[in-house]
Design a protein around this ligand. Structure first.
Ligand code: ADP
Length: 490
């Protein structure tokens, strides 16, 4: 039997350590606010290094028993957690909308998406095979077995408050690891609710521990994990500078790292593309979460022969998008996460216009709707010297670059330190093969704008990081291989 909760019951404001809700050791709190109104939703624990340390102590105590639990028992716990997430999808979706601002339909969609990773890794828990190595020497038996790596520290961003943490916790628990985690300061409530459901699903005390902290206090709290040799792995989704910092600071204890960092995704439309499909794919990829995802197309390259037509078709569809509070059932785009985010968007658009971009639609803030709203925007005549060409805008802005031939498009697409997602539209089978192989990215969408799936490996190359989440590869990051060599067999 699964239990359905009211929204108010899902809002937790303490840390969850060793199976108990506890206030931060310093007794301090910080406010979590609604990005559309600035109203305070809850005052959550302002944790510091002592709380991070207490979480690691609990995870260390719980590790031996969880590591040795039968995989099918770990799978059952994860399946129960999945059922509770699905049962409470409406209220969790509302909570995401409340603290993050995405429209309810997207919030609910995120719950189902995050839950799909839990179900996937529940099944994978029972399929962690090793190898018997064919005999190389008489009298010796050789095999490779996979073991949980140990305590995992999970640090997550605000743009998917549920999915980002679910797709880290689920494989860690499936593998037999224990977890300490810290969600983003803007959106800790959904993660705390998720942990509450995990506890109800039967995750034993100490196996999953979560602390909240403001950005300022996140630094010493996470630093405690970075320095602690009991923490064997860091799994992080967030910005490239913070990812590099975590890699540097964890070098002292040589932790394994999974880093899912920033992208600067190219989206290429060739002359031979189905233009309607390309517009639909771009809308799906670009405007999900108001453009605040690391796989959102940031640079759209359109071949000269179809440039004007594509720009027209796209601007008409973008101008029709409904911007409204997350509570409005017709909303397609909600508020941006905070003032810092919307200032960056406005700065990028202003810089582009100053350098010659034409605003086809949007290009302005929408203060009449509340805090942090920006109109969905299409800019024509984008050029590589503009800020939005080299930095992720992370907002509802589409800059259109013009190109003449395929080689130019590939060169421009790859001319970035990042390599997470990329997209292109073409109906020429030979071109599809060529371009797919030459794009420097961990993920390539070919005539498709919606790529994420629990069955697929998600991750980047270059400065977008390393490690993969989801798919049959997703458990490897939480396992280490042990080689067993038994002698005296003859
Ligand atoms: P974003 O730009 O999306 O906020 P960040 O990389 O800044 O991405 O933040 C992602 C996560 O990393 C958040 O949970 C944030 O609190 C955490 N974080 C940011 N800076 C640090 C730091 N110096 N040490 C530890 N954690 C950090």
């Amino acid at each position: 039997m699964t239990k359905r909760y009211e929204l108010s019951e899902l809002i937790r404001s303490d840390n969850f350590i060793d199976g108990k809700w506890v206030a931060a050791s310093g007794g301090k709190r910080f406010a979590v606010t609604n990005p559309a109104t600035g109203e305070t939703i809850a005052q959550v624990a302002e944790s510091d290094a002592a709380d991070a340390h207490a979480a690691t102590d609990a995870a260390a105590r719980a590790f031996p028993a969880w590591r040795d639990a039968l995989p099918k028992d770990r799978a059952s716990v994860l399946h129960r957690w999945h059922a509770l997430m699905v049962e409470n999808a409406d209220e969790l979706g509302r909570l995401i909308s409340l603290e993050q601002g995405k429209p309810f339909a997207e919030g609910r969609g995120e719950v189902m998406y995050g839950a799909s990773y839990v179900a996937w890794f529940a099944d994978e828990a029972t399929r962690i095979y090793g190898d018997i190595i064919p005999q190389q020497q008489r009298g010796k038996g050789m095999s490779a077995v996979k073991e949980p790596i140990g305590i995992v520290a999970a640090i997550t961003p605000w743009n998917f408050p549920l999915a980002m943490i679910a797709r880290k916790i689920a494989p860690a628990l499936a593998a037999g690891c224990t977890v300490v985690g810290k969600p983003a300061e803007d959106t800790p409530l959904t993660a705390l609710a998720l942990v509450m459901l995990a506890h109800e699903a039967g995750v034993p005390p100490g196996v999953l521990n979560l602390i909240s902290a403001s950005r300022e206090n996140a630094v010493p709290a996470v630093a405690d994990w970075l320095a602690d040799s009991r923490v064997r792995k860091i799994t992080f989704t967030g910005s490239t500078p913070v990812g590099k910092y975590l890699a540097r600071e964890s070098a002292g204890t040589l932790k394994k790292l999974s880093l899912e960092l920033g992208g600067n995704a190219p989206f290429i439309v060739f002359d031979d593309a189905d233009l309607d499909a390309a517009v639909t794919g771009l809308l799906a990829a670009k405007f999900r979460n108001g453009g605040q995802t690391c796989v959102c197309p940031n640079r759209v390259y359109v071949q000269a022969g179809v440039y004007e037509r594509f720009a027209d078709l796209l601007s008409t569809r973008v101008a029709a998008l409904k911007v409204a509070p997350a509570t409005d059932t017709a909303a397609q785009i909600g508020p941006m996460i905070n003032a810092r985010a919307i200032d960056k968007i406005a700065r990028h658009v202003e810089d582009a216009v100053n350098r010659g971009a034409r605003v086809l639609t949007g290009g302005k803030r929408l203060p009449e709707l509340g805090l942090n709203y920006y109109a969905p925007t299409v800019l024509a005549d984008a050029t590589p010297d503009m800020q939005l060409s080299c930095e992720e805008t992370f907002g509802p802005v589409v800059p259109l670059f013009r190109f003449d031939d395929e080689a130019d498009a590939i060169r421009a697409a790859n001319d970035t330190p990042f390599g997470l997602a990329s997209y292109f539209y073409s109906q020429d089978v030979r071109r599809i093969d060529r371009v797919a192989r030459r794009l420097e990215a961990g993920i390539v969408g070919i005539n498709e704008g919606a790529l994420a799936s629990e069955a697929a490996p998600f991750g980047g190359v270059k400065e977008s990081g390393y490690g993969r989440e989801g798919s049959k590869y997703g458990l490897d990051d939480y396992l280490s291989i042990k080689y067993l060599c038994q002698g005296g067999l003859e």
